[in-house]
Structures are given as C-alpha cells and as structure tokens.
Design a protein around this ligand. Structure first.
Ligand code: OAD
Ligand code: ZN
Length: 258
C-alpha cells in the first residue's frame, strides 16, 4: 500500500487503462455534503447506540424513538446536495464500459448527482416499508409530523400495518439482488475504488478479496485508514470531494493528450 497524492502518475495510469470498474462507497463520500458519518468522532454511532436504534428488536421495542431518529436523518438528506465526489463518480460512469457503483449509503446523493449504474446495499432512507404486506413507499409522498408519537407513526395506505424505515439494520440480510450484482462486479473488475468507508461492515472484505483475486488494482480514497486500506495498491489520504475531481481531471487530461 502506497500513500499517494491524487495526481500520482502510476495511479492515474491505472485509472486511465482500466475498463471494468467497481466502486464501493460509504458515508465519507457524503460527509462534505454535510451528512455525518457513523464512526467518525462526530458520527451517528458516537451519538446513538446502534443496538438501540438500528436493529429490528429496537424497532419492535420503541418504534417512536427509532422513527424520530430516521425522521431527522431524512430531513438532513432532503436538504443536502451532491458534492464534487458524487458528481465525479457520475462522470466516470460515462467513460468506463463496465462500471458498477455499490453504495452503503442510504441517502440519494449519488442518484441526484447522475449515477445510474449503481446499487444500494443498505436500503434507502427516503423509503419505508409495511411490516405486514411489505409494500415500499416513498416517504416524500406523506406529510409526516415534525415528531412522531405512538398515535402518528407511519401506517401502510394499503393494509394499515405499521411501516418501518426501508433500511438494512444490524442482524438483517442485505438485499440479495444488489448484493449479487456488487459481488459480480467486484469479482470481474480490473479497478476497485473504495471511497469514504471504514469498511467494517457488509462484505467490504469480500469485495476487496474478490477484486484482488481477479488481479484488480484497489484504490482507497479516505483521509483516515480504514479496514480495507491494507488491500489497496494506492491510498489517497484526502477528502473525496477534493481528491476525486483532481484524480479524474488528471485522467481525462492524460486521455486528451493521448
Ligand atoms: P463509517 O462512519 O464507518 O466510515 C466513514 C469513513 O469515511 C471513515 O473511514 C472516514 O475516515 C471516512 N471519511 C470521513 N470524511 C471523509 C471524506 N471527506 N472523504 C472520504 N472519506 C471520508 O461509515 P460507513 O463505512 O459507510 O449501515 O459505514 C458502513 C455502515 O455502517 C453504514 O452503511 C451504516 C453503518 O451502520 C446502515 O445504516 C445499515
Ligand atoms: Zn401494508
């Protein structure tokens, strides 16, 4: 693992010559949009215990508390804007013939920046689903109170069942189709970009190992060391919002120059 600048020559060459690209993003990519991560000092799991907020048991025990936390998160997501890291990833997608972005993020900033060849493996903070009939709803179609009480918790418009945030909680399976697409892309890529994730949950190791087994170069963009940094050939230890545009500008400049 080499700690490199965003314009490091070899890194740029690898990015320029890659054809099959797998991108794995986490909360760090949205941090510069003002959304807090989970495990940084100002992260969500430093404020809240995930075991009382992000498990099916916690929801059964106290749906009001859980809903009110996700309500705040939804409001934050809706007022946040994609940053240059999201936008650069949407541009990269246009260039590589084989490309998949798998995000652990439950915000919609990749989508709003223009990413299309992407999968969400931890659900969506702007969706809820009925515990009884499993219908999924867009929360923007509802007018929620500022704060939920037992009586005002979101209910299914089809069957009246209680709804929950459509997010993967601890102890739950990740959705199969997006996960399988991500695994396939990791196992076939020649370049894997890891961006803004501590890599501590959800198959991160698996993705990196599949990519390595296929001979891919792994690039980690993260100002701090994460659990996956050791797999990386290049570690760009800078915030994604400034590093990614610099990297991509250099790649496109190189291409234009032949
Ligand atoms: P974490 O909070 O675990 O990690 C965020 C990572 O982003 C850290 O490694 C930071 O160093 C890095 N980071 C901070 N600022 C950055 C920046 N400007 N640019 C790039 N990187 C930056 O978040 P995740 O790895 O996404 O699950 O967490 C994984 C999962 O754990 C989340 O999806 C969530 C949580 O429990 C669910 O909600 C289901
Ligand atoms: Zn229902």
């Amino acid at each position: 693992m080499e700690n490199v600048s965003p314009t490091h020559k070899e890194l740029i060459n690898v990015m320029k010559n890659a054809r099959r690209v797998f991108v794995f993003t986490g909360a760090g990519v949205s941090k510069e949009s003002g959304l807090p991560t989970f495990r940084d000092d100002d992260g969500l799991w430093k404020k809240f215990d995930p075991m009382t907020m992000a498990t099916p048991e916690a929801f059964r025990e106290n749906p009001v508390v859980v809903w009110n936390m996700y309500r705040i998160r939804q409001t934050q997501v809706l007022s946040a804007q994609p940053n240059p890291a999201h936008k650069t990833l949407a541009q990269m997608e246009q260039f590589y013939p084989d490309f998949l972005l798998a995000t652990q993020n439950v915000d919609d900033l990749h989508e709003r920046a223009g990413s299309r060849r992407m999968v969400k493996i931890h659900g969506n903070a702007l969706e809820m689903r009925c515990l009884d009939c499993v219908t999924i709803f867009d929360v923007r179609e509802f007018s929620f109170p500022e704060e939920f009480t037992q009586d005002t918790l979101p209910r299914c418009t089809k069957c009246g069942g209680l709804c929950r945030p459509n997010i993967v909680w601890f102890g739950e399976y990740v959705p199969q189709e997006p996960m399988m697409a991500a695994v396939r892309s990791a196992a076939n890529c020649d370049l894997m970009l890891i961006i803004g994730t501590s890599g501590e949950v959800s198959g991160g190791y698996g993705f990196a190992e599949y990519a390595l087994a296929n001979g891919a170069a792994i690039v980690d963009v993260n100002p701090g060391r994460g659990a996956l940094t050791r797999y990386a050939r290049f570690w760009v230890s800078e915030p994604a919002g400034s590093a990614l545009p610099q990297m991509w500008q250099e790649v496109t400049k190189n291409i234009a120059e032949g």
